[in-house]
Design a protein around this ligand. Structure first.
Ligand code: PLP
Length: 415
């Protein structure tokens, strides 16, 4: 069971109690305490999530939806309950609007494929931004090659904020969809998605928001934001790998054709004619990850107990603390200085290659990510090949940041 999270007077979270929920954080790497600053890539799992998976396979395992027997019905109930938990977490109108996918990537591919098939023809346009992850670029390029659609790209300023004036100019009568990230996985920029959505709606254009880096760090209300599609990955929000979510407004999911064919997604099949299942099953071909769905729901209950607003406030404190300290290091260049920024720090120090910095920090037990972070077009816009990226979670501490800063100083002095 997760420990109770208390709010102390001078701390928004009882971080030590939280850390006790994550056994991996007790590990030593090269005899040094693990400092895990690679949360943007994936987060560690609290005990309750791992136990949910274990309990699922030990006690509630049977294929769902088609079984008349007890276990199958119990597993089906758990899976559909999980869908409701996700609906409530996102404040979606109906659980029919929650489609399980393998993750953000599959969810975007689903929309790219089905939306393009139904709603686009050669010459039509999709607006993305310069700071997209490859998973919100390449699926559209695949459709561009298939159907002759075009990508238009919102540029950013030197702080890493999207240029909304330029965005407004990108609309034409051929614009069919806007697809942008809520939070940049490289720059940490929190994009003004409410404004972006509003502008698109003024043109009658639907919007997809990539929530891979927002759902783990802030409260998201899809009815308040009002996008047509919102997607995220379970593993980045303390849940298991291999499961994610596509939220879609019911009217849009109704309109789009299925993405994959197979079991579960059909109402009836004959060699003459097949009819498709109702929502959300129309988009869930094959046996779903019914253990992963319940573990994802457990993860969402876990972060909800801490409180998304508490998480956002604490991670902001970590970000500000780390930014101030990083800025004292000679030769430091931080990429991403947006006014509204999530707990991600991408940087380079002098001429030290990001890979060398990452390797040497690793020897000190500090896990950071290096490279292009699946955002090569952004790297091209910044004129660099890659960065070192530290991305924080609510289980990280200022003491860990101090060790990290001392580590960077040590590496800097070696070069
Ligand atoms: N979008 C953003 C902004 C991301 O940061 C990531 C992963 O890092 C993805 C999409 C892809 O997520 P996944 O690999 O879980 O599908």
């Amino acid at each position: 069971m997760a420990s109770v999270i208390k709010t102390k007077k001078n701390a928004m979270l009882d971080v030590q109690a939280i850390r006790a929920d994550f056994p991996i954080l007790e590990h030593k790497i090269y005899d040094k305490p693990l400092i895990y600053f690679d949360n943007g890539a994936t987060t560690q799992k609290p005990r309750c999530v791992v136990e949910k998976i274990e309990n699922g396979y030990y006690n509630v395992n049977a294929n769902i939806h088609r079984g008349v027997h007890f276990l199958s019905q119990a597993a089906t109930e758990a899976h559909e309950e999980a869908r409701k938990t996700i609906q409530q977490f996102l404040n979606a109108r109906s659980s029919n609007e929650i489609v399980f996918t393998r993750g953000t990537t599959e969810a975007i591919n689903l929309v790219a494929s089905s939306f393009t098939d139904e709603c686009m023809s050669a010459g039509d346009e999709v607006i993305v931004s310069v700071m997209e992850h490859h998973s919100n670029i390449v699926p559209w390029q695949i459709q561009a090659a298939r159907k002759g659609i075009t990508l238009k790209v919102i540029p950013m300023n030197e702080k890493g904020e999207l240029n909304l004036d330029e965005y407004r100019k990108l609309f034409s009568e051929r614009t069919k969809l806007v697809s942008v990230t809520h939070v940049s996985n490289v720059l940490g920029t929190v994009n003004p998605v409410a404004e972006i959505i509003e502008e698109a709606h003024r043109h009658g254009v639907p919007v997809l928001i990539d929530g891979a880096q927002s759902v783990p760090h802030m409260s998201v209300d899809v009815q308040a934001l009002d996008p047509e599609f919102y997607v995220f990955s379970g593993h980045k929000v303390y849940g298991p790998t291999g499961i994610g979510v596509l939220y879609g407004k019911e009217e849009w999911l109704e309109k789009l054709p299925p993405y994959q064919g197979g079991g579960e997604m059909i109402a009836s099949v004959s060699f003459e004619k097949t009819t498709f299942n109702e929502l959300p099953f129309k988009f869930e071909a094959g046996t779903p990850d019914y253990i992963g769905s319940t573990a994802l729901a457990e993860a969402l209950r876990y972060v909800s107990r801490i409180g998304m607003d508490n998480i956002a406030a604490y991670e902001k404190e970590l970000l500000d603390y780390a930014t101030d300290k990083l800025n004292t290091i000679e030769g430091m260049r931080i990429f991403g200085q947006a006014a509204d920024k999530g707990a991600v720090l991408s940087f380079l120090v002098g001429n030290i290659h990001h890979y060398d910095m990452g390797m040497l920090l690793d020897r000190l037990g500090i896990a950071v990510r290096t490279g292009h972070h699946c955002a090569q077009p952004l790297m091209q816009a910044l004129g660099i090949e890659g960065t070192v990226r530290a991305s924080f979670s609510f289980y990280n501490t200022k003491e860990e940041i101090d060790t990290f800063i001392a580590g960077i100083e040590r590496v800097r002095k070696m070069f």
